[in-house]
Ligand binder design. Structure first.
Ligand SMILES: C[S@@+](CC[C@H](N)C(=O)[O-])C[C@H]1O[C@@H](n2cnc3c(N)ncnc32)[C@H](O)[C@@H]1O
Length: 249
């Protein structure tokens, strides 16, 4: 309760969301989500949680889904905030989920992690399942808040569509979601990421043709239309290095 008020008053986020450094995964695990530097790994996770609280009104009692949770970069600072709520995360990298199950869940049993054997050329080339065919392993109308940080930036259009449908399905009525993308439009041709998305497919652009999932940028209007088609109402868009779309069911 106190933590929530302090956050609302704009006190020191960094301190409130701080955690024991023994929870930080080793360098090879951090590298698997593109963030080998320890301090950076910690700071980015805390910043994400502070944004969820400030921009999405995340409460310590809510039920949360982290799609593509990686090695818990965001789950770990959430352990300092989510007191009576529950957290579920899934990912496709076996080592990442093993690490989370061994190091986070034993201390925080209300944090649970699942592995899905989904194919992604960048992250899990040996995966056996197609992302657009697999339902999220959770019931309908279950979560207050679903978030995807740096996930849609690695998914091709059929997978993006399927994941939006699944987000809608698992969210409770009026539940919210936070989704990061690399967006472009006629004015902002290359998104704000600074990445050189030089392979143009009209409504999306790729960084690397051989491994398309390395990074994908989407035309803003195409993504807005998909949210609408899948029954998710956009409440806010924050334009950033990774743009954030906040929506509700
Ligand atoms: C850049 S990392 C971000 C990880 C985490 N969200 C974070 O912010 O630390 C991208 C993650 O997306 C995961 N991923 C790739 N394809 C996925 C899919 N179809 N479903 C769920 N996760 C996926 C990868 O395994 C990897 O952990």
């Amino acid at each position: 309760m106190l933590a929530r008020w302090v956050l609302k008053l704009g006190w020191d986020w960094d301190k409130i969301l701080d955690y024991d450094d023994t929870l930080i995964p080793p360098a090879d695990q951090r590298a698997s989500v593109g963030m080998p530097d320890r301090a950076h790994f910690k700071a980015v996770g805390k910043l994400a949680v502070s944004r969820f609280v400030r921009e999405c009104n995340l409460k310590p009692s809510e039920t949360i889904l982290d799609v593509g949770c990686g090695v818990g970069r965001i789950a770990i600072p959430l352990t300092s905030y989510l007191k009576t709520g529950r957290y579920e995360g899934f990912d496709i990298i076996p080592n990442s989920i093993d690490w989370c199950c061994q190091h986070i869940s034993p201390q925080y049993p209300h944090f649970q992690f699942k592995l899905l054997d989904i194919y992604n050329p960048t992250y899990h080339p040996k995966g056996q399942l197609a992302a657009h065919e697999i339902p999220f392993p959770y019931p309908n109308d279950h979560f207050d808040f679903v978030f995807l940080t740096s996930i849609f930036t690695h998914l091709l259009p059929p997978d993006v569509e399927h994941y939006l449908a699944e987000i809608k399905r698992v969210l409770k009525p009026k539940g919210r979601c936070y989704n990061s993308f690399f967006l472009f439009n006629d004015q902002q041709q290359y998104s704000r990421s600074g990445l050189d998305f030089k392979y143009d497919f009209g409504h999306y652009r790729l960084l690397n043709l051989e491994r398309p999932t390395d990074a994908i940028s989407y035309r803003e209007q195409y993504i807005y239309n998909l949210f609408q088609q899948h029954g998710l109402s956009i409440s806010t868009v924050h334009y950033r290095k990774q743009d954030a779309i906040i929506a509700f069911k």
